[in-house]
Design a protein around this ligand. Sequence first.
Ligand SMILES: [Zn+2]
Length: 349
Amino acid sequence: MTFLGMAKPTAGTARPAAPPPATPPVRRRTAVRAAVLPLAIGAVAVLGSCSAPAAAPPVPSGTASSAADGSRADGPAEDGPVVLTTFSVLASLVEEIAGDRVEVLSLTKPGVEIHGYEPTPSDLVRLSEASMVLDNGLGLERWFEQFTETLDAERVVLSAGVEPIDIAQGEYSGRPNPHAWMAPSAAALYADNAAAALSRLSPEDAGYFRANAERLKEELDALVDDAAARLPDDAALVTCEGAFSYLARDLGLREHSLWPVNSDVEGTPRQIEAQIEFVRANDVPAVFCESTVDDGAQRHVAEATGAELAGPLYVDSISPPDGPVPDFVSLLRHDLELITDALGTEARP
Ligand SMILES: [Zn+2]
């Protein structure tokens, strides 16, 4: 995918190619378009609570990277369809399906806090130019809802069909937990929804999108099956944000978090005390925090209980291209390795 002002992933960060399905997907990153996107119109973007680094100059066109299997193809035509997603994790997931047939953009950059994001003037321009807009749904992108009625492009909710897990505590209690992409069982629906949506944009590539979706689902299933086999039945996943309910369900883990969803109320003394009690009562060997939030409260829990502070886990954002999780599958693989290393009973080979 392309982020305004972000460098592209290099071949060195691409993961190994999976065995080719019937219609071999071309595993490469799409080229950065020459004009990238218009800059903000006469306004300085206010990023609110975002913690993204300042934008660097746009990357020139023609810098498409080769995939690990050596494949390389020209990018989509300048007038080809462009789909816009709301955040980097979705962009990477959809890019797995789109391959080199449709360009995929993310509205927000890696590292941005997506729950409390404040759209910029340039975001509105990008939304108006997209051929299709794909968001997570499940109440995640409240900041995006104000634009959906005026969109010219089709809007696709990638979580459609997911059986929601409700948030159990706090101000959002009873609402769906939005982090369904973290569980392969639910991400499979995202992949199917993306393949169906992209096929409406480019019907001649429907078989290609479907094959990519099947390959992605198999890859995710293998990751979670491998992790589940190495985790004890009674393991507990203790995090900062309650963002792992779906993944914990797939892994057969119990889940406990400091706060339910990233918001203004994070790491209160009461939340810390409850977490400490849970860690002590369940003899939890390691606790985690996520890449987009401050880990101070969890550090306090670790110090008070003697548990290891492992991590950070990635959930709401992939890393920049030169970071540890430059795409969706590497994010899940990274998190599962951290979790199994800290909570598993078997040493990694
Ligand atoms: Zn989150």
